[in-house]
Design a protein around this ligand. Structure first.
Ligand code: SF4
Length: 495
């Protein structure tokens, strides 16, 4: 086999694990299917915006034949000084496209653009690989930088790319990595030579499978594990999981003899012994007594995008666009419902905040599931709208968390599988109840799908929007309805 054709992303994948690159080449069908659509979309938008960071530029268009991109770049390089986006180079089968290349008469500067709000180690590898390629081709590389999003930036009026982006100079790091990268490329090529298509590499799973990114082939590489195994313990750190896994302690039967956190041991014990639910009546009563009627059940849906769309938003700030509110005015009273879903083409926050203070009167008990999220959303609205602030903050002050009895394990059933997320608690409390099964919803089944759906509405025809808006409403409605049912279930248990 000739030397493998590397690109910056392939190099980074192999940097995480050689087998990942091998899998991409020969067994990519084994990829886990989780959608990374929104991550790609954020990356694309950030890349587009960053292009103009240094003023006028030329763009090297993508071509399946990468040699065309290289020769186009070569032509543009002659017009220095200039800025070339996607400037493409190849040294000894090591290809790279530089996001932004400042091409001066006395040398070049490399700018790698990331849609993240911080610089991670793998970004350093990415940019250093590009330095290696250009330096090996004989260019005088004056600077290597990472361009990333400034978390502190708050949009006011027109976007200001020079303030939205931070630039970190990593030239010294890139220089220091030259030899390391050369060795890594040799290692990758040897690895690929030693593992032709028919020879699946035998690489042990470990922390490299989840850091810096969860590998797409994790399920494949774990292979067949017992039904209840160490990877089924939701809150255990990967470090501990891999430690147990590598010492052969995988099955719950083996793990129950280990010195583990009491919650993990409880999950294991409940599963192996098929125990009945544990219900701490005294504690649940205490929790229920802390609530009062009228009782409201609130849930928000939010989106977060890399590039702030509206005034007074920052990169990846949670922007609420929808809520569902069930409420009961008195003990055993009728269940009522209100909801809000913003229009797709405007900043949703003002209308949402106004509706919220109308829908939830002051000094009433409001239940949320994992209330820190709902509280933080409302507090941001209060900061933004001083005229509504007092009422909004009053809502947060009267908020109670329905997750507490489950997080504290005052109610625990083995079907919760060690988790206190509503998505696990619900099927455990209401087995086979179709009305409470998120799988039975159309189109929108979870928060990520909800935010992607809302963001996609803008570009749709009215009829199409109508269908999706109905799905969004149904989804959010189920969130608060599920809370009502959960609350009722707790009440039944302590009667
Ligand atoms: S799951 Fe782990 S061992 Fe398998 S390809 Fe991914 S990183 Fe490598």
């Amino acid at each position: 086999m000739d030397k493998i054709y590397l690109s910056k992303s392939r190099y980074c994948r192999a940097f995480q694990c050689n087998k990942m690159l091998w899998m991409d080449r020969f067994m990519s069908d084994e990829k886990d299917s989780e959608s990374k659509e929104s991550v790609f979309e954020n990356g694309r938008k950030v890349g587009e915006l960053a292009k103009g960071l240094f003023g006028k530029y030329v763009n090297i268009e993508y071509n399946e034949d990468l040699n065309v991109m290289v020769s186009e770049t070569f032509k543009e390089m002659k017009n220095s000084p200039n800025v070339i986006n996607e400037a493409s180079f190849c040294f000894d089968n090591n290809f790279c496209s530089v996001d932004i290349l400042k091409n001066d008469t006395d040398g070049v500067e490399i700018y790698e653009v990331k849609s993240s709000t911080h610089v991670t180690d793998i970004y350093l590898e990415d940019a250093s690989y590009q330095y290696f390629v250009l330096k090996s081709l004989g260019y005088n590389v004056k600077k290597v930088c990472i361009v990333y999003l400034n978390k502190e930036y708050i949009r006011k009026g027109k976007l200001e790319p020079d303030k939205l982006f931070n630039i970190k100079d990593i030239t010294e790091i890139a220089i220091s990595k030259m030899e390391e990268i050369n060795n890594k490329i040799t290692e990758i090529n040897e690895f690929m030579k030693e593992h032709p298509e028919e020879k699946v590499p035998n690489v042990k799973v470990g922390i490299h499978c989840v850091k810096p990114y969860l590998c797409d082939y994790f399920k494949f590489c774990l292979g067949k594990l017992p039904k209840n195994n160490v990877f089924d313990i939701p809150n255990m750190s990967f470090k501990t999981k891999f430690k147990l896994y590598s010492s052969g302690k995988v099955d719950f039967k083996d793990l129950r003899k280990e010195k583990l956190n009491k919650n993990y041991l409880q999950q294991i014990e409940f599963e192996l012994d098929e125990k009945e639910p544990k219900i701490d009546v005294k504690e649940i009563k205490k929790f229920l007594e802390s609530l009062s009627y009228p009782l409201y059940f609130l849930d928000f849906e939010t989106f977060d995008v890399a590039i702030p769309e509206y005034d007074y938003t920052s990169p990846y700030m949670q922007v609420p666009f929808q809520y569902s509110l069930h409420y009961i005015t008195k003990e055993n009273g009728k269940l009522m419902h209100k909801e809000f879903l913003a229009e797709a083409n405007e900043d949703p926050r003002r209308k949402l905040a106004e509706r919220l203070v109308k829908d939830i009167p002051k000094d009433l008990c409001v239940l949320a599931y994992n209330m820190s999220f709902e509280k933080s959303v409302i507090k941001k609205l209060a900061k933004l709208y001083p005229d509504l602030s007092e009422h909004l903050l009053n809502i947060t002050e009267n908020m109670k968390d329905l997750m507490v009895p489950f997080r504290k394990r005052h109610y625990y059933a083995r079907q919760m599988q060690g988790s206190y997320s509503i998505k696990y608690v619900l099927p455990a409390l209401f087995q086979d109840d179709k009305n409470l099964d998120y799988h039975n919803l159309d189109l929108v089944h979870n928060g990520k799908e909800a935010s992607n759906t809302f963001l996609s509405l803008k570009n749709m025809a009215e009829e199409e929007q109508k269908v999706l808006r109905e799905s969004l409403l149904k989804y959010c409605r189920l969130d608060t309805y599920a809370m009502v049912k959960t609350f009722e279930k707790l009440k039944e248990e302590v009667l």
